[in-house]
Design a protein around this ligand. Structure first.
Ligand code: FDP
Length: 351
């Protein structure tokens, strides 16, 4: 008889049984993230048919146009987690201020930060989308947490992961003991373990970045991307460019196949675009737990001292050797050198 599929519920319960003193609260929390994924995936499957594409006409706290699906996804997280009673605070990319649930405290000690719909520009063209989440624990036993308690360093996360809405829906997470990926089987409505202990290759052949921003980049960043495009058999260059416009999808590809994703700081905007607490930190932890690396270009993402809920940060993430190379270029410690062989490929023999 073939192996019986392992559901998310059973997998988490198995892991929980190995941790004496575990209450099951945390396992339940991951199951609720899974439920959010099922509800949103269902809307996305029919999005072109039920008038939920396009914008709401509003601008969010980040100064970005709000899509109807951003709002629906945000509401879904709020409803599921309010009803579950499992968290005492929620913070979202779509909300200026966190939502606090004093009625769930002190039983609920976890707090959830999330980007409810990542890659919003993909909504109206049936391209991949995602959601990213980070869980931290309230550090106060004597009082209900406030906004500042959600503003925590990446190393303080207790769980992190993402939902990917692609041809199939996936939930990928870490609690600091490796990374596991589950694929939603729509026939039975269950997430099934499909990627146990994900390991990112030490080097890849893919880079993902919005190259339309090339002229806004620093000299070091430009040189790195130029270097990736120079042919060189020994180092496997040129790399292939892959960019979907959905951070989750781009990082997921790199998690499985190796390579590098870059959303760097720009001239006049050194903080970059992506958000530290609910985009960079959770993905950085996932990638580190799979054996990769995540950097601002000058330091480890998980060590960035956060100051604000919606803080932005440059993100360079992926295979360890690729991220290390990128850091060297960005810090002006390295220059692209053209070997004789590269020159030959580019301009022909004997030129
Ligand atoms: P979006 O604003 O469309 O939600 O979360 C930010 C994000 O998407 C990432 O998913 C994506 O990788 C990036 O921004 C896309 O930004 P650019 O359009 O500047 O490339």
């Amino acid at each position: 008889m073939g192996q019986f599929p392992l559901t998310l519920g059973r997998f988490i319960t198995g892991k929980q049984a190995a941790r004496p003193g575990a209450t099951g609260e945390f396992s339940n929390l991951l199951a609720q993230v899974g439920l959010v994924g099922k509800l949103i995936a269902q809307d996305l499957r029919r999005a072109g048919l039920i008038n939920i594409l396009g914008t709401t006409g509003e601008i969010n706290v980040q100064g970005e146009t709000v899509k109807k699906l951003d709002e629906i996804a945000n509401e879904t997280f709020l409803k599921v987690f309010d009803q579950s009673g499992l968290v005492c605070a929620l913070a979202s990319e779509e909300m200026d201020k966190p939502i606090l649930f004093p009625e769930h405290w002190p039983q609920a000690k976890y707090m959830l930060l999330f980007d409810p719909l990542d890659g919003s520009s993909n909504t109206d063209c049936n391209m991949p989308l995602g959601a990213i989440f980070s869980v931290v624990k309230s550090s106060h036993k004597d009082r209900m947490p406030a906004e500042d308690d959600l503003v925590r360093k990446g190393t303080e996360q207790v769980a992190a992961g993402y939902l990917l809405y692609g041809p199939s829906t996936m939930l990928v997470y870490t609690v600091g003991q490796g990374v596991h990926g589950f694929t939603l089987d729509p026939g039975i409505g269950e997430y099934i373990l499909s990627h146990e202990q994900v390991c990112i290759p030490a080097r890849g052949k893919i880079y993902g970045t919005n190259e339309g921003n090339y002229h806004k980049w620093t000299a070091g960043m430009k040189k790195y991307v130029d270097y990736l495009k120079l042919p060189d058999t020994a180092t496997g260059r040129p790399y292939s460019g892959r960019y979907s416009g959905c951070l989750v999808a781009d990082v997921h590809r790199i998690l499985l196949d190796g390579g590098i994703y870059l959303y760097p700081g720009e001239l006049g905007k050194p903080e970059g675009k992506l958000r530290l607490l609910y985009e960079a930190n959770p993905l950085a932890w996932v990638v580190e737990q799979a054996g990769g690396k995540a950097s601002t270009g000058t330091g480890r993402i998980l060590d960035v001292e956060p100051k604000q809920l919606h803080q932005r940060v440059p993100l360079i993430i992926g295979s360890t050797n690729d991220v290390r190379d990128a850091e060297e270029f960005i810090q002006d410690k390295r220059e692209p050198r053209m070997s004789g062989h590269t020159r030959e490929i580019l301009v022909g023999p004997g030129s």
